[in-house]
Design a binder for this molecule. Structure first.
Ligand code: AHM
Ligand code: MG
Length: 338
């Protein structure tokens, strides 16, 4: 047990990897860690909501209960606002970016973009959900309020990104551009403990994750890729497995550990794909690349897309390098005819 390290210790230990670091990023990651613990506590109680008062309804004291995604948004925002390392937050839960305007936060270097509770509809059925975050250095002058340009940066400018998975265990996984590290929450001591140092995704995998209910309206190349997975047997002799939880962080996390691909192409309901470039795709792309995998919109590296709006959606293919490249090859070989 002597080499057991907590997230807090690990962050301090790694700070020397950034010669110009002033400790602000470390402190920012600590704010995320704190909000994650608070949200984790509430999610764990979600099953009790029917007994103590449903979220969105009233509890036994007659107080109105917040829905958990709104609650998570508030907690993460409050954690960011409290420590003055960020000058603004953009969230999937908010129409506009939230600009912090205290004197200290005007001098802050970072902005954060987040999906505070992704896949929140899964909570009702006791399936894992997640928080996703992405941190950028601002491009507007320090000393002034943040501007929209601070948020509309391509993913290749990310300073850090990560996710928290509220699953059978709660884990926090993050990168600052020097590999990917995972920490499992130990509720008995209230700490995230290093459990997965230097995570890597296998180059190839046997799992494909896609909502096949949308098959009829998928691009031709994606239909062909799915057929390829169904008809071929990977080297190990067992067919590809289809695994789709419908909770991005959970599908991503499983594929990261086992090897696989997650696909969300354009569909009838979502002609540009469903997932959001800034809150979901860019952070996951940074993490997967740092773990040795790949993230693409089918034709282009996700992190090279220049965002034009906060809530922009993109088709998203992420996971084991060889599987993502195969998908790109099918899309190039079988373009749609219109
Ligand atoms: P949300 O941000 O509204 O929660 O939607 C995102 C979720 C992802 O977690 C998941 O991968 C996807 O939506 C599932 O979508 P679908 O139900 O269309 O398959
Ligand atoms: Mg989401």
């Amino acid at each position: 047990m002597s080499d057991m390290r907590t997230l807090g210790e690990f962050i301090v230990e790694k700070q020397h990897e950034y010669p110009n670091a002033s400790g602000e990023l470390s402190s920012l990651l600590s704010s995320i860690r704190l909000a994650a613990k608070i949200v984790n506590r509430e999610i764990n109680k979600a099953g009790l909501a029917d007994i103590t008062g449903a979220f969105g309804g009233e509890n036994v004291q007659g107080e109105e209960q917040q829905k958990l995604d709104v609650y998570a948004n508030e907690k993460f925002k409050a954690a960011m606002a409290a420590r003055d390392q960020v000058c603004g937050v953009a969230s999937e839960e908010e129409d506009e970016a939230v600009i912090f305007d205290s004197e200290l936060s005007r001098n802050a270097k970072y902005v954060i973009l987040m999906d505070p509770l992704d896949g929140s509809s899964n909570i009702d059925v006791n399936v894992s959900v997640g928080t996703i975050f992405s941190i950028y250095r601002r491009v507007s002058p320090i000393g002034q309020p943040a501007t929209i340009d601070d948020f509309l940066q391509p993913g290749n400018q990310q300073v850090a990104a990560g996710y928290i998975i509220y699953g059978s265990s709660t884990m926090l996984v993050y990168t600052t551009g020097n590999g990917v590290h995972g920490f499992t929450y130990d509720p008995s001591i209230g700490a995230f403990c290093l459990s997965h140092e230097s995570m890597t995704i296998p180059e190839d995998g046997k799992i494909y994750s896609i909502n096949e209910g949308n098959y009829i309206r998928f691009p031709l190349g994606i239909k062909k890729y799915i057929k390829y997975c169904q008809e071929n047997v990977p080297e190990e002799g067992r067919p590809y497995s289809s695994r789709y939880i419908g909770s991005l962080v959970s599908d991503f996390h499983r594929n990261m550990l086992k090897g696989g691909i997650f696909l969300y192409p354009s569909t009838a309901a979502y002609p540009s794909g469903k997932l959001r470039l800034l809150y979901e795709c860019n952070p996951m792309a940074f993490i997967i690349e740092q773990a040795g995998g790949k993230a693409s919109n089918g034709h282009q590296r996700i992190m090279d897309i220049k965002p034009t709006e906060l809530h922009q959606r993109v088709p998203f293919f992420v996971g084991s390098t060889n599987m993502v490249e195969k998908t790109e090859a099918f899309l190039a070989e079988f373009p749609d005819e219109d």
